[in-house]
Design a protein around this ligand. Structure first.
Ligand code: PMP
Length: 408
C-alpha cells in the first residue's frame, strides 16, 4: 500500500520553471530570454516557410496517413540527416549506422543506453563546464562510472580555457567518453576555432577517448550547415577516422520543430575494420533500444524534415530560412551591445556580439538575473545565459536599460 509514500520531491526544471513564471506574468513589457526557442521580430514562434511548404506536399499526397513508422525510423530522414552532417561525399553506406530518435534529447539517451547495453558505460563521461544541464541527467540514468567536467569557459577573459581543456583530456582515464558541442555551444555561445579543434581532437585521439558530438544547433552558428559541421567532419574524415564517433542530431532548432521531436543518432564507424555483419549487429542493437523506449519514433515531423532535405526547392528555401534566423540573432546581438554602449553601461559587453548561436553568456550574476526578472520582467537563466532569439526591435531597448540598471 505504501510503496509510493515518502518519495523525494525533486526540484522543478530550472528552465521550464522560468517559462511557467513568464507565462503568468501580466506585465506588458515582459521579455522571455530563458528557453532557447527562436522568435521572430514580433516575439512570436516562427513556422519556417520551408516547413509550411513541406506540410502542404505531405498532406496532398494521396497516400498520406498516420501509420506507424519503422523501428529504425523514416529511411529518407536517416539518409538525408546523415548527409547534411557528414557531407555529400561521405560514404554513409559503409560508415554510418543510425536510427531516428526523439529529437536531440532522445538521441543522447539512445546513445547512452546503447553504451550501457553493450557494457561500454564502464567509463567516465566528461561534459564541458558549463554545459546543457540535461546532459547530467541523461547520462546519470545510464550508470556511467562518473560524470566529470572539462574546463571550457574562462570567466576571467570570457574565452575558451583551451589549456585547461587539453590538460583534462590528457589526464582523463584512457577511453573516457567526451561529450562535445560541435557548434553554437550551449550555454556560452563560445566555439573553439578551427585550429583549437585540431588540438582538441588530437589530444582526444592520444588518449583513445570516445567522442560524442551533441549537434543541436547545426545552421544556427553561421547559417551554413557545412560550416557548422566543421568539427564533426574534421573528426570523421581526418583526426578520428580510425575511431568510432557518436553524433546526436536535433532538428528542433534548425527546422523550428521543437515540439515535434525529430532527431537521429548516428554511429560513425572507423574507415576500416568493420564488416557488414558488424553494421547489422550494431543496427539491431540501436533498434532494440528504440523498441523498448518508444517502439517507433514520431512520423509526422520526420516526414516534414525528410521532405525538406530531399526536395531541391525546399532545401534551398530551408537554407534561406536558416540564414533568416541566424542573421536576425546576430543583428540583435549588435543592437543590444550598441544600446548598452549608448547608455554607458559599466563593463565591456562586446562578448555578446562575438558569441555565436542562440545564446549569450552575459556574465550577469544570479542576483542581477533575479533583479532583471523582479524589477524589469526580463527572464533569463540564473547562470546569466540569455536566449538572444527572444530579443527584437520592440524590446531590445527595454532589455538594455534593465541590464544597465542591475549592473550599476
Ligand atoms: N543538446 C543541447 C546542447 C541542447 O541545447 C539541446 C536543446 N536545448 C538538446 C541537446 C536537445 O534538444 P531537443 O531534445 O529539443 O532536440
Amino acid at each position: 500500500k505504501s510503496l509510493f509514500k515518502n518519495v523525494t520531491k525533486l526540484p522543478n526544471d530550472a528552465l521550464f520553471a522560468i517559462k511557467a513564471r513568464l507565462d503568468v506574468d501580466t506585465r506588458p513589457n515582459k521579455v522571455g530570454l530563458g528557453i532557447g526557442a527562436y522568435r521572430d521580430n514580433n516575439g512570436k514562434p516562427w513556422i519556417l516557410p520551408s516547413v509550411r511548404k513541406a506540410e502542404k506536399i505531405i498532406q496532398s499526397d494521396p497516400e498520406y496517413n498516420h501509420e506507424y513508422s519503422n523501428i529504425s525510423g523514416l529511411d529518407a530522414l536517416r539518409k538525408h540527416a546523415a548527409r547534411i552532417l557528414f557531407g555529400d561525399s561521405f560514404d554513409c553506406a559503409k560508415r554510418v549506422v543510425n536510427v531516428q530518435s526523439l529529437s536531440g534529447t532522445g538521441a543522447l539517451h539512445v546513445s547512452a543506453k546503447l553504451l550501457q547495453s553493450l557494457g561500454l558505460n564502464n567509463r567516465d563521461v566528461y561534459f564541458s563546464d558549463p554545459t546543457w544541464n540535461n546532459h547530467y541527467q541523461i547520462f546519470g540514468k545510464c550508470d556511467f562510472k562518473a560524470s566529470k567536467t572539462y574546463p571550457y569557459w574562462n570567466p576571467a577573459n570570457k574565452q575558451l580555457d583551451l589549456q585547461g581543456f587539453l590538460t583534462t583530456i590528457a589526464s582523463a582515464e584512457e577511453g573516457s567518453l567526451f561529450v562535445l558541442h560541435p557548434c553554437a555551444h550551449n550555454p556560452t555561445g563560445l566555439d573553439p576555432t578551427e585550429e583549437q579543434w585540431t588540438q582538441i581532437l588530437n589530444a582526444i585521439k592520444q588518449k583513445n577517448h570516445l567522442v560524442l558530438f551533441d549537434s543541436a544547433y547545426q545552421g544556427f552558428a553561421t547559417g551554413s550547415l557545412s560550416k557548422d559541421a566543421y568539427s564533426i567532419r574534421l573528426a570523421i574524415n581526418d583526426i578520428l577516422k580510425d575511431y568510432p564517433v557518436l553524433v546526436c542530431q536535433s532538428f528542433a532548432k534548425n527546422v523550428g520543430m521543437y515540439g515535434e521531436r525529430v532527431g537521429c543518432v548516428h554511429l560513425v564507424l572507423p574507415e576500416s575494420g568493420y564488416t557488414k555483419e558488424d553494421q547489422d549487429a550494431l543496427q539491431s542493437q540501436l533498434n532494440a533500444v528504440i523498441r523498448s523506449e518508444c517502439s517507433t519514433t514520431p512520423a509526422y515531423g520526420a516526414k516534414i524534415v525528410a521532405t525538406i532535405l530531399s526536395n531541391d526547392d525546399l532545401y534551398k528555401q530551408w537554407s534561406e530560412d536558416m540564414i533568416t534566423m541566424s542573421s536576425r540573432i546576430i543583428e540583435m546581438r549588435h543592437k543590444l551591445v550598441a544600446k548598452l554602449k549608448e547608455l554607458n553601461t559599466p563593463g565591456n559587453w562586446d562578448h555578446i556580439a562575438t558569441q555565436v548561436g542562440m545564446f549569450s553568456y552575459t556574465g550577469l550574476t544570479v542576483e542581477q538575473v533575479e533583479r532583471m526578472e523582479k524589477e524589469h520582467a526580463v527572464y533569463l537563466a540564473p547562470s546569466g545565459r540569455a536566449s538572444i532569439a527572444g530579443l527584437n526591435d520592440g524590446n531590445v531597448e527595454h532589455v538594455a536599460k534593465a541590464i544597465d540598471e542591475v549592473v550599476r
